[in-house]
Design a protein around this ligand. Structure first.
Ligand code: NDP
Length: 337
């Protein structure tokens, strides 16, 4: 049972030494528990937060603990009537080949409805994050301009496509020409821009001649700096993630920009609202599943997955994702499907 544990807390970008990989014995399920075999492990930016002790919305993984993560698993043994051996389930069993989980915390997946990988991406947590954050907080109106970065990833790609379904103009921001091309050609974004390009700030201005009504914040940093002056009156900024900052060890250089930010929020009557997707689950998850399944069927939403083989490659793939090496929803294929 290959298992990846947190060996030490990273300073800045995680290194291989922060992870400990070992063969461990198989756990035994007790009453109302299942033995699960991991097929796919989701790698997500929030895991960088769990590696750190800094205050956050969830407790950190303890040093020596198994790295946390969403998984798609096969039930190998079931001490419960709620599941059968062979069922495919969505679980949160982390970076390990086998795990035991309570029958209360896993959910059955119907493999005939959609590829099982989508439970970790477009039909799972990232897709829901996009749906709820955009529709509840961003509330895009027809012909408004919606800007989103990390736009080739699972959250950003769904944000842009849902914005267009609602009749808004989607402007996607991504790193490098291949992702920009994908946003325009495959996903039908009206405009796509490369945040690494030297003329990015001018290109954003040219792409948003009527300003920006909704900025779905996934990255922070230089992209936010370019977006803020272009926000329209009554603009909305759902603050979903700040991935450009997750490895930061200190505040950026330069003058204190908080007064300028507050002044913009005031004079443009902006709504800046952070959220963690789970707050919306009760009210919106059912609608999300129905809407997203329909959009996938009628081709209005498309998705891309980046599947890396082998749990031993998870640390490298995870660190690469924070730099933008992934192209689509990143996951590890841990075992045969
Ligand atoms: P992605 O697969 O999009 O991966 C992160 C991407 O961020 C990279 O691929 C890279 O894309 C981009 N990126 C990294 N550094 C920078 C930078 N300096 N400037 C601009 N872009 C950068 O991840 P997800 O779709 O899973 O997540 C997107 C965001 O949503 C993250 O911030 C995540 O934390 C957040 N999130 C929040 C949730 C919530 O409940 N609030 C739930 C789920 C996710 P590129 O090559 O295009 O630069």
């Amino acid at each position: 049972n290959l298992t990846v544990r947190l060996a030490s807390r990273p300073e800045g970008e995680p290194t291989p030494e922060n992870f400990a990989m070992a063969e461990e014995s198989l756990p035994t399920p007790r009453d109302n528990e299942l033995l699960l075999r991991t097929i796919y492990l989701s790698l997500d930016p929030y895991m960088r937060g769990r590696m750190s002790e800094a205050e956050s919305y969830a407790a950190p993984v303890p040093v020596g603990g198994v790295m946390e993560g969403g998984t798609v698993c096969e039930v190998m043994a079931a001490n419960t009537d709620m599941f059968d051996v062979g069922d495919i389930v969505l679980a949160h069993t982390g970076w390990q080949q086998y795990a035991v989980a309570s029958d209360r915390v896993v959910r059955k997946i119907d493999p005939t409805r959609a590829p099982i990988t989508t439970a970790l991406g477009v039909l799972g947590m990232p897709g829901f994050t996009a749906y709820a954050g955009l529709l509840v907080i961003g509330d895009p109106k027809p012909s408004e301009t919606v800007v989103v970065a990390a736009a080739a990833g699972p959250v950003g790609s769904a944000v842009g496509q849902i914005a267009q379904i609602k009749g808004a103009r989607a402007v996607g921001i991504a790193g490098g020409p291949a992702k920009v091309e994908y946003l325009k050609k495959e996903l039908g974004f009206e405009v796509a821009l490369d945040h690494r390009s030297p003329d990015f700030v001018d290109a954003l201005a040219a792409a948003t001649p009527e300003g920006i009504d909704v900025y779905f914040e996934n990255v922070g940093g230089a992209v936010f700096d370019a977006v803020l002056p272009r926000m329209n009156e009554f603009g909305r900024i759902p603050v979903c993630g700040l991935v450009s900052q997750y490895n930061a060890t200190s505040l950026p250089d330069g003058p204190d920009r908080v007064p300028m930010l507050m002044s913009r929020i005031l004079t443009k009557s902006l709504t800046v609202r952070g959220f963690i997707q789970r707050e919306f689950v009760r009210a919106h998850y059912r609608d999300f599943q129905q809407d997203m399944a329909g959009w996938l069927t009628n081709g209005k939403v498309r998705y891309r997955e980046d599947v890396v083989e082998g749990l031993e490659n998870a640390p490298d793939a995870f660190v690469g994702m924070l730099r933008g090496d992934n192209f689509g929803k990143l996951m590890i294929k841990v075992g045969d499907d």
